[in-house]
Design a protein around this ligand. Structure first.
Ligand code: GLN
Length: 466
């Protein structure tokens, strides 16, 4: 697929379409909310921004590549003055007091946010059903889930409601819905994009990630939002990835895959077969393919959920109705906290807060929390070892196909296991991208830390190979 951003940019420059018409068309499609992907439309503000772009063009001024391009924002990002609900009852009336750094960079580049997008509440989920706005429906088949937690963002891109969207990925929330809906979704190296203004779920793996319809659009957006930010001390300075650099695939000679995870009994046979045949096509390009042995799915998923629950229990402790969110008054302060939290958090979020506080509590933390941190160190060492041998790691995105709406809610543990392929790379803080090729839910491309460029190069190669 060609770059939508460049295509639309050219249409604007050639005056084939006005920016107001472009934005209005997308807003009209979103208004119908056919797939449940919309939390709030940003109509008035978006049209005002579009008018400013049209005025510049009418004046004969030049515009930047992202100027006037309509995009979507997962409803966990601060955007000053807009409702920022995290799809939760807790924050359903909350408005952002400031703007997230990544979103501010897009505003500075002239891109136009048009919608706050449905997601799993506080990022908790893999199906986008944990939301006060209802389930998001899959772009390919409305009976199926969109995936989560950035389900609204993936569907909006897949259905051309937005040109690109900005999601958040803690354990797979950009990559998994990208795979379920057939679009590209990147989780960059942890720290490449500032988390300032992204509502914290699990701070040690939270990443900002773009979703789009081409590798080129992912590259353009990634360049616009990357960089060191004094407001997030985990960010680092990265260089821009040039367009020409994507052609440079000669350095990629060896690809590794996790044989043990594919042999897992939870694996859908069609995804496994399609993945193996994709490896054959890659081999035919002269690239060596190596089978690797990694931690088993249960260890990966348990380690991730223990740490993610511990971190979210801690992060969400700030929500007690005092400073943020809907407060429910009661007899005394402690009662008020209890009623406010019990009534405003969803079942899934409460499961995680209770679980997280449990693993952090005295008597359990050594056995569970600290042990998970030790496994994470082991995993980091494993990845370093793998990347001594291979240039890229390839894996499916999900072990199975998207379930029917309603099914995952019956069995939360089964839902957690559907994250088997995504959570390891989150714990390792590696750059990893879903491409909508190879299997019914895509393929995930991963490179060593900070080598996001290599991920995009390989995606470019797959565009031509698969
Ligand atoms: N599905 C995973 C979870 O529920 C990942 C979610 C995310 O990345 N925000 O934790």
């Amino acid at each position: 697929m060609q770059s939508q951003i460049k295509y639309i940019h050219q249409q604007l420059v050639d005056k084939q379409i006005s920016c107001v018409d472009l934005v209005q068309q997308r807003l009209d499609r979103l208004k119908q909310n056919t797939h449940g992907s919309v939390n709030t439309l940003l109509e008035a503000d978006a049209l005002k921004r579009a008018q400013a772009v049209d005025a510049k063009l009418a004046n004969g001024e030049s515009i930047g590549l992202l100027e006037g391009i309509p995009f979507g924002v997962k409803d966990v990002f601060m955007l000053q003055g807009t409702h920022t609900t995290a799809s939760s009852a807790f924050l359903k009336d909350y408005k952002s007091a400031y703007t997230a750094s990544a979103i501010q960079k897009l505003l500075d580049a002239g891109a136009i946010p048009i919608v706050k997008e449905n997601c799993d509440s506080f990022g908790h989920g893999s199906s986008n059903e944990n939301s006060i706005f209802g389930a998001v429906q899959n772009a390919k088949d409305s009976e199926l889930v969109a995936g989560g937690s950035s389900g609204g963002s993936a569907v909006n891109v897949a259905k051309d409601f937005t040109v690109f969207s900005i999601g958040g990925d803690t354990g797979g929330s950009v990559r998994q819905p990208a795979g379920y809906n057939g679009v590209y979704g990147l989780k960059p190296t942890y720290g490449r994009i500032s988390r300032y203004g992204l509502m914290a779920y699990a701070s040690s793996t939270d990443c900002v990630g773009p979703l789009a319809k081409s590798v080129e659009d992912i590259r353009i957006v990634l360049n616009a939002i990357s960089g060191k930010d004094v407001k997030d001390q985990t960010t680092y300075k990265s260089s821009q990835i040039d367009e020409g650099a994507l052609e440079n695939t000669a350095g990629i000679k060896t690809v590794g895959y996790f044989k043990n995870l594919l042999d897992n009994e939870g694996m859908d046979p069609s995804i496994k077969a399609d993945f193996m045949s994709a490896l054959e096509q890659i081999k035919a390009k002269g690239i060596e393919v190596k089978a690797l042995d990694f931690m088993d799915a249960d260890t990966l998923v348990s380690t991730y959920y223990i740490l993610a629950m511990a971190e979210t229990a801690s992060n969400l402790s700030r929500l007690d109705g005092t400073n943020y969110g809907n407060r429910i008054g009661a007899e005394n302060l402690i009662e008020s906290y209890a009623v406010t939290r019990s009534n405003n958090f969803s079942e899934e979020t409460k499961r995680r807060v209770v679980g997280g506080n449990q693993v952090l509590s005295q008597g359990f933390s050594d056995e569970i929390y600290l042990k998970s941190l030790a496994i994470r160190d082991q995993l980091t060492a494993d990845f370093e070892r793998f990347f001594d041998d291979v240039d890229i790691l390839l894996s499916p995105v999900t072990p199975g196909l998207p379930p029917k709406v309603g099914d995952s809610l019956k069995d939360p543990l089964a839902m957690y296991l559907s994250d088997a392929f995504t959570v390891g790379f989150s714990l390792g803080q590696l750059p990893t991208l879903t491409v909508p090729q190879g299997t019914a839910t895509g393929i995930q491309i991963t490179a060593a830390k900070t080598d996001d460029e290599r991920v995009l190069q390989f995606a470019h190669l797959l565009e031509e190979t698969l």
